[in-house]
Design a protein around this ligand. Structure first.
Ligand code: NAD
Ligand code: DAU
Length: 341
């Protein structure tokens, strides 16, 4: 099987590529990534070193490129596209929505159209629970919950979901949409709550908690999400939407307190700051359809997943240092130069 993965140098995409190449010896992957601030080729450096001539190819490019994307699809005759590439951070979307519309909406449209022209037999569009909006204290999002996005980020993701749906309904492109809750785990960029709080706690700096800190997210270990995307790719029904969740609702305050406890940092580092505008109060996922149709359930408990994640960050201080200093942006040039000599 030959798969085009988009956004494979980001957090979830790189975990997905590690998982798929390790567990499917017959699979090869082309990774198309623009290397925005969130893309880090270091995440896949070992794979590039060992697989570059055989099962893994990196293409530095933009999903919005109307020449490159069709050209790639013609050249490689992919069996499937797994589309992770996106602008993914809500706070950035509030500061400047335009890149979100460009990449998440127009970029997805460009991929869908190229896949249609190339008659790609499977297209997994990776989306998010945020498209459903915000829950009150009770209830769960199902795949039939109406879309009600509240941030420019979630509006752009909901728009891309609707385009994906339209390409199935109108053109019969075999698209599947997956929607997952908040991921955590190795390689997450430290602008997101868990790695940010870990970094601040380990450096003895104040940890910003928005508003009252009682907003609830349903946390899932990234490998469980990757296994859900894998199951959708291999066993999902074209045209279907699949929810994935971690069965681990926690308030933001609980998350930060857990990190402070596990790192032994000072509890007084918690600093309540002005709330995020339009801040969704609660997300929580029902995922019975994924269990029934895909045989998927989350495997990792929140406690184990958090302990494993913080151990990973502790053992990978060099990765965090490079991300913080910006050195990761230059890393690959140097790395390639070293390999070629
Ligand atoms: P990320 O920000 O860590 O990575 C995004 C990747 O996409 C980066 O490698 C970046 O360089 C690449 N990219 C951005 N714009 C591009 C473009 N125009 N062309 C090609 N590549 C581009 O994101 P993530 O957290 O790994 O999320 C991956 C996907 O999963 C996104 O679609 C996101 O909406 C979805 N998702 C994320 C979560 C979460 O908790 N992080 C939960 C559910 C769904
Ligand atoms: O639910 C899935 C979504 O999860 C994905 O679609 C997004 O790509 C991903 O970024 C994530 O969105 P959130 O906005 O939920 O994640 P973030 O880590 O930014 O924030 C988690 C919660 O913590 C949220 O309620 C805001 C709060 N927060 C965040 C930061 C960065 C703080 O209180 N302080 C902070 O400094």
């Amino acid at each position: 099987m030959q798969v085009l993965v988009t956004g494979g140098c980001g957090f979830i995409g790189s975990n997905f590529i590690h998982h798929m190449l390790a567990t499917h010896p017959d699979l090869s992957i082309v990774n198309l990534d623009k290397l925005t601030y969130a893309g880090n080729r270091r995440n896949l450096a070992e794979i590039e070193a060992s697989e570059s001539e055989r099962r893994y190819h990196f293409v530095h490019g933009d999903i919005c490129d109307q020449a490159l994307v069709p050209e790639l699809m013609r050249r490689f005759a992919f069996d499937a596209v797994v589309h992770f590439a996106a602008e993914s951070h809500v706070d950035r979307s509030i500061n400047d929505p335009f890149p979100f519309i460009t990449t998440n909406v127009l970029g997805t449209q460009n991929l869908l159209e190229a896949a249609r022209q190339a008659k790609i037999p499977r297209f997994v569009h990776v989306s998010t629970d945020e498209v459903y909006g915000s829950l009150g204290p009770e209830g769960l999002f199902t795949e039939d919950t109406p879309l009600a996005p509240n941030s420019p980020y979630s509006a752009s993701k909901a728009s891309s979901d609707l385009l994906a749906r339209a390409y199935f309904q109108t053109y019969g492109l075999p698209v599947l949409i997956t929607r997952c809750s908040n991921n955590y785990g190795p390689y997450q960029f430290p602008e997101k709550l868990i790695p940010l709080a870990y970094l601040k706690a380990s450096q003895g700096q104040a940890i910003p908690v928005y508003g009252d800190g009682l907003q609830v997210r349903d946390w899932i270990y990234v490998l469980d999400h990757c296994k859900g995307v894998e199951a959708a790719l291999l066993r999902g029904h074209a045209g279907a939407v699949y929810n994935f969740g971690g069965d681990a609702e926690r308030t933001n305050l609980e998350i930060v307190q857990t990190i402070l406890r596990l790192t032994g940092a000072n509890p007084e580092l918690i600093s309540f700051v002005t709330d995020r505008p339009g801040h969704d109060r609660r997300y929580a996922m029902a995922f019975e359809r994924s269990t029934r149709d895909l045989g998927w359930t989350p495997q990792q408990s929140f406690e184990q997943g958090m302990a494993q994640t913080l151990s990973w960050y502790a053992a990978n201080g060099a990765w965090l240092d490079e991300v913080q200093s910006g050195a990761y942006r230059q890393f690959m040039d140097t790395w390639y130069a070293t390999r070629q000599t």
